[in-house]
Design a binder for this molecule. Structure first.
Ligand code: PA5
Length: 447
């Protein structure tokens, strides 16, 4: 299997009967998802996406990616939340940490905008593009989210300044709803190349739709391989029996632990290029599960870096933490430890080993220390950092987290809490239609 769950680090924390006892509930939650009988089940179309997608649209994505590679040194991807994190995760996971610093002969540099309102970040990015050729891919399912809408205005203006209206329109790629939203209307009006986010797939479950696929394909990745890996997961994770299905096992164990007071989960990796895998996972888990005043709080750490900061807290702080480590069995690269005649740095004992072996030993040592310190540990081992394995892993997490949400009695497909700040922001900025809320906020302030 490309993705496997190892639960050795749970031995001190979970007894065998606990899994047996929660298993029927996990299977029921899984059935709600797979049979489409759970709450808001119409948002579960991502379940069949790896084998049931629009092939014509898929070919159009490849054409657009080729066009961008041909005529652009830089691609600016504008989006936030589920319209951003999946592509960023994939680029880092598949290309490594320094992708954008490599030459741009085969693929454009890819930068993200519209996930911040920082003028400094935006101006820095404009300066980074400089005089080079660029295109824009603006992504928003609703088509009305403020952050990407503002960034879109700014980068469209730059595009028009540089190329004139007609060429700017040709260099604008839109990914949005099929029928509704401001972005959809603008795309139709201006004739932008546009791609559809299927109705039954929410933002954080959308990386395998044009949302993620266009930037990923533009970076030179084989998106057939990515979908192939996800299809493999779709086949293998069908098993209804918890013991035969690692995604269900993961959902089961994190819920057993949650119910015992381990309310915070840290997703960790010893590979810096998996940092955005954790960011994507945090959105998937946090927005899917954190509601009705319950849910596991998802956080992340990159080791060794964070062993020298958060490591102290994890070892000896409040005992409400669980850890899940994602480890790549065959990393993209391995290096030997250089041999020296002298042993001034005391590292001679490592000369016969490799960096990856030391990295994996560090992981073993940390799991031992943390479990002894009272932190339950799960290990997700993935085969390699290929597109197939990423496709599998994406599906694995989506399936596990959606199941986990149903298991905890919440709706894993909405995110009502994200709306509150937006309403307040609109009111404070004076958006027409928000006068009453503005007044009530002002009255609240005066008290
Ligand atoms: O998971 C979600 O649905 C959200 O995080 C959205 O992806 C995010 O709010 C961006 O929304 P939109 O794509 O409509 O601009």
């Amino acid at each position: 299997k490309r993705v496997q769950l190892d639960t050795l680090g749970l031995q001190k924390f979970v007894a065998t009967n606990e899994l047996t006892e929660i298993a029927p509930m996990v299977t029921t939650a899984r059935d709600l998802l797979v049979k489409g009988t759970g709450v808001e089940a119409h948002m579960g179309d991502w379940i069949n996406l790896p084998t049931d997608y629009d092939h014509v649209e898929f070919d159009r994505i490849k054409d657009a990616a080729r066009q961008i590679q041909d005529d652009s040194d830089v691609l600016i991807v504008i989006g936030i939340g589920g319209s951003y994190l999946g592509a960023k995760m994939a680029l880092d996971f598949l290309h490594g940490s320094f992708f954008n610093l490599e030459g741009t002969e085969k693929h454009p540099q890819i930068f993200f905008a519209g996930n911040t309102i920082s003028p400094t970040y935006t101006a820095d990015l404009i300066r980074t593009i400089g005089d080079r050729d660029f295109s824009i891919n603006v992504i928003s399912k609703s088509g009305t989210t403020t952050e990407p809408a503002m960034a879109f205005r700014i980068f469209r203006e730059k595009l028009i300044e540089k190329y004139g209206e007609a060429e700017a329109n040709r260099r604008t790629y839109v990914t949005t709803d099929a029928q509704k939203g401001a972005l959809h209307s603008e795309a139709v009006d201006k004739g932008f190349t546009s791609f559809v986010i299927p109705d039954g797939v929410g933002g954080r479950y959308s990386v395998l739709t044009p949302v993620g696929l266009l930037p990923i394909a533009a970076s030179g990745i084989d998106i057939d391989a990515l979908m192939g890996g996800a299809a493999e997961a779709q086949r293998e994770l069908k098993a209804a029996d918890v013991e035969d299905n690692d995604a269900l096992l993961y959902a089961a164990y994190r819920n057993i632990l949650y119910r015992k007071g381990y309310t915070n989960e840290i997703l960790e990796s010893y590979e810096p290029h998996l940092r955005f895998l954790a960011e994507w996972w945090k959105q998937l888990a946090g927005e899917s599960e954190g509601k009705d005043h319950k849910g596991i709080y998802p956080s992340s750490a990159i080791f060794s870096t964070d062993l020298h900061s958060l490591g102290q807290y994890i070892q000896e702080g409040m005992r409400n933490l669980m850890e899940t480590v994602v480890e790549i069995k065959q990393p993209a690269s391995n290096l030997g430890i250089p041999t020296l005649d002298e042993n001034l740095d005391g590292l001679q004992y490592l000369e016969q080993t490799s960096m990856d072996a030391v990295n994996k030993t560090a992981r073993e040592a940390v799991v031992l220390a943390h479990t002894n310190g009272g932190v339950p540990n799960m290990l997700i081992q993935i085969e390699d950092n290929s597109a197939e394995t990423l496709g599998y892993l994406i599906y694995f997490f989506e399936f596990a987290i959606a199941t986990s949400g149903y298991l905890n009695g919440i709706n894993p497909f909405n995110q009502p809490g994200v709306e509150d700040y937006k309403q307040n922001m609109f009111a404070l900025l004076g958006k027409p239609g928000y006068e009453e809320l503005r007044q009530s906020i002002q009255e609240q302030d005066q008290k």
